[in-house]
Design a protein around this ligand. Structure first.
Ligand SMILES: *Cc1c(COP(=O)(O)O)cnc(C)c1O
Length: 329
């Protein structure tokens, strides 16, 4: 039995697995199920809280009192970090890619409501020097007597990955309860930690289904490299040395569309149709693109030999609001 690092509990777990009856029927292919990780909480909703449960435990073990992290202006991860910090009486500093003049909406509004301190940086600064900027903030806070802890983008590092190691254990348990086996698990990939955690657990627990990520930015090669790196980091924590090659990291490229957080009309009308069909809201940045991709791939016959597919709803609902004017309702 592998002993994974300790966590602090914030998420409402286990999250439900529901069958998408009408979508499955309409496509006439495999049965599609959805794991409701969008319901891990309210302030902490989505996939990031599973990762933060491990990152923040590590921060507390080190005696830290400030959480510093970074992300896009509508980052779900930054919002969840701000919520956790406030719940623990800690301070949070968010380094956001974007403009201070941006309208307070969606996650950015919640960040403010939760009392996060926000530093806006340009896309160039974000691309080239976000780690350095967070280190500088850490240095300044240390001079003031604080003990800051830096969480990388998406909490996608060795420790954060255990959130989805845990989720994989949960899925295996739920399969037994439901009497269903998932041939494929499909999810959106944005920084790779979710995919990495699932893959690590699936290998160590000898799960026979396969994990398929759909990238919402960059490309397949970028994520094969990122996920490979996170896997190596996680394995150090549990003293496991599995050989997982980059070929075993499945990324379905082709659904980035106009780029990160930019939507195409067909993606938004898909989110609208899905909400009407199943009564479940997806987000435009991650789950809308990934579910759109999954449906396109099923139509193309890529999942012809599958009986059951599990899609992980990784959350992101607050990200719908800043894009509301783009929907044709
Ligand atoms: C961050 C995020 C993802 C991607 O997860 P990663 O672990 O960063 O790859 C997917 N969906 C939502 C809603 C997210 O906020």
């Amino acid at each position: 039995m592998i002993k994974i690092p300790e966590k602090i509990i914030f998420a409402n777990l286990p999250t439900r697995i529901e069958k998408l009856e009408r979508l499955s029927q309409k496509l006439g292919g495999p049965n599609i199920y959805i794991k409701r990780d969008d319901q891990t909480g309210t302030e902490v909703s989505g996939n990031k809280i599973r990762k933060l449960e491990f990152s923040v435990k590590e921060a507390l073990n080190q005696g830290c009192d400030v959480l510093i992290t970074c992300g896009g202006i509508q980052s779900n991860h930054c919002r969840a970090t701000a919520a956790v910090a406030s719940r623990l009486g800690m301070k949070s500093v968010l380094v956001l890619r974007g403009d201070s003049e941006t309208e307070l909406d969606g996650n950015l509004f919640i960040d403010k409501l939760l009392g996060a301190e926000i530093q806006f940086i340009t896309p160039e600064q974000y691309k080239n020097s976000k780690a350095q900027i967070m280190e500088e903030i850490k240095g300044k806070l240390e001079k003031q007597g604080f003990k800051p802890y830096i969480i990388p983008e998406g909490a996608s590092n060795g420790i954060g990955g255990f959130g989805y190691y845990n989720a994989m254990e949960e899925i295996i348990f739920q399969e037994k309860e439901m009497g269903v086996h998932f041939d494929k698990i499909v999810l959106a990939v944005g920084s790779g930690g979710t995919h990495s955690g699932l893959l690590l657990a699936s290998k160590t627990l000898e799960y026979t289904g396969e994990i398929y990520g759909i990238n919402v930015c960059d490309d397949a090669q970028h994520f094969k490299n990122e996920i490979y790196k996170i896997l190596q980091e996680s394995m150090k924590y549990i003293d496991v040395n599995l050989h997982i090659s980059k070929d075993e990291i499945h990324i379905m490229d082709g659904y980035v569309g106009r780029g990160y957080a930019l939507s195409r009309p067909e993606e938004l009308s898909f989110v609208h149709d899905f909400a009407k069909l199943e009564g479940i809201i997806l987000d435009p940045v991650y789950t809308g693109k990934a579910m759109y991709g999954l449906v396109e791939e099923i139509k193309k016959g890529s999942f012809e030999n599958c009986e059951n597919i599990l899609f992980i709803h990784t959350g992101g609902a607050f990200g719908l609001f800043p894009q509301k004017h783009l929907f044709k309702l």
